[in-house]
Design a protein around this ligand. Structure first.
Ligand code: FAD
Length: 381
């Protein structure tokens, strides 16, 4: 195992770190209202995304010939970690579904949906969760069947992130009459497709709101089917799995920032005539946080490096996602404890981080689903 990051990766890390330190972290206190990750004022948003574009980091996981940065999983992790050191980060370094469209899409689909998404002209959403099936993805019931020279979709989805502003939705359906893993099909549905409707907002923690979607005899043309007919489980769902390592990297970025804040605050806050940093109870919280963050980095970088070298890393990725998302919860919590009331107020970003991290143990594979996957692999005879 080789844990020394390559030279170019360290340079990339430094570049993004400088950008986050100089451009994003100051925003957290300068804006009249604390920035919601997804709602920076439009002029500021355009200015910052322009800078990200100049750094060559727009659509960072998308191959270069499709207009992206073409970063491999390790470099992508390094960037993700730095970006998430600021609560303003994810608004300017947004993810896209370009990789999935790149691998599975026809030339026409790439030109219509992928190229503009990579340029940031519009965005899509991905919809697999349903009221009857979330973690159990093979249980989805939204159907697709051939009709009138095209295809008709019926069913509904829920918890779909950014669906209210999406120009298109990648919808996971099943060919009518099929069960479980068979007959699953991704379809690209335009926001104005007949029979498609975005329903109510499902308000979530700190503005990561999601939406219900309804498909009532929603008709789409043949050319909207994405990937080989009925083979979505074996192709498209890989993209959902590969995102898990990036969630672990997000968790590390937040943990890194909260640990840094805990250290800084413990040096300036005096109680009973001494700085908090002189108290063993505080030192141990800081030491434990550093140990857990370091352990996590080794796991995450290892999984990302293996993935970059072409290895299938479902199990290592599942381990990294569990560890990172549980590690960050402990580190944010300790940082809040060290800050006392200030940590729970809106005078620091800690209360925001506290909320930001909670969904990570649920979306893109719950901790329980990840543990089951690891155990199944170990117990296979
Ligand atoms: C902020 C946010 C954004 C989201 N965005 C999207 C999106 O854009 N698109 C999309 O399609 N979905 C999205 N989701 C939905 C997400 O993918 C699902 O919430 C997730 O897959 C879990 O499904 P569920 O909520 O139905 O929980 P369930 O699958 O019902 O599970 C409920 C609980 O039971 C546990 N559990 C389930 N089965 C077992 C078992 N066999 N053994 C032990 N424990 C079990 C789970 O681990 C979990 O703790 C989003 C969710 C959140 C929180």
């Amino acid at each position: 195992m080789q844990y020394k990051l390559p030279e170019e990766t360290i340079m990339l890390q430094d570049t993004v770190k400088r950008f986050v330190d100089n451009e994003l972290i100051p925003l957290e206190t300068q804006l009249p209202e604390r920035p919601n990750s997804y709602e920076l004022p439009q002029d500021l948003y355009l200015e910052l995304t322009g800078k990200v574009h100049e750094m060559g980091l727009t659509a960072r996981e998308t191959p270069e010939d499709a207009g992206g940065a073409g970063l491999g999983p390790l470099d992508n992790c390094i960037v993700t970690e730095q970006v998430h050191r600021s609560t303003a980060g994810c608004s300017v370094f947004s993810a896209s579904f370009a990789s999935m469209l790149y691998e599975l899409g026809t030339e026409e689909q790439k030109n219509k949906y992928m190229v503009p998404s990579v340029k940031g002209e519009f965005h899509g959403s991905s919809a697999f969760s349903e009221p009857v099936a979330g973690g159990d993805m093979a249980g989805i019931q939204t159907t697709i069947e051939e009709k009138d020279g095209g295809w008709v979709i019926n069913g509904n989805k829920c918890w779909i992130f950014k669906a209210n502003t999406a120009r298109f939705i990648l919808v996971l359906t099943r060919l009518k009459g099929t069960q479980r893993h068979e007959g699953m099909q991704w379809v690209i549905v335009d926001a104005d497709a007949p029979g498609f409707k975005v329903g109510r907002e499902q308000k979530m923690i700190h503005g990561q709101s999601t939406y219900e979607l309804f498909f009532d005899n929603c008709w789409v043309d043949n050319k909207q089917l994405l990937g080989k007919p009925g083979e979505a489980w074996s192709s498209g769902t890989d993209y959902l799995f590969s995102g898990r390592i990036q969630i672990a990297a997000r968790a590390m970025g937040i943990a890194d920032r909260c640990l840094e804040m805990a250290i800084d605050y413990s040096k300036i806050r005096h109680t009973f005539g001494k700085p908090l940093s002189s108290r063993q109870a505080i030192q141990w919280m800081i030491a434990d946080s550093a140990i857990e963050l370091h352990t996590c980095r080794l796991m995450v970088y290892d999984a990302a490096l293996r993935a970059q070298e072409g290895e299938k890393v479902f199990i290592q990725t599942a381990m990294a996602k569990i560890y990172a998302t549980e590690m960050v919860a402990k580190i944010v919590d300790r940082a809040m404890q060290i800050h006392g009331a200030a940590g729970l107020s809106d005078e620091t970003i800690l209360e925001r981080c506290y909320r930001d991290i909670r969904p990570m143990r649920i979306y893109e594979g719950t901790s329980e689903a990840m543990r089951s996957m690891i155990a199944k692999d170990l117990l296979r005879s």
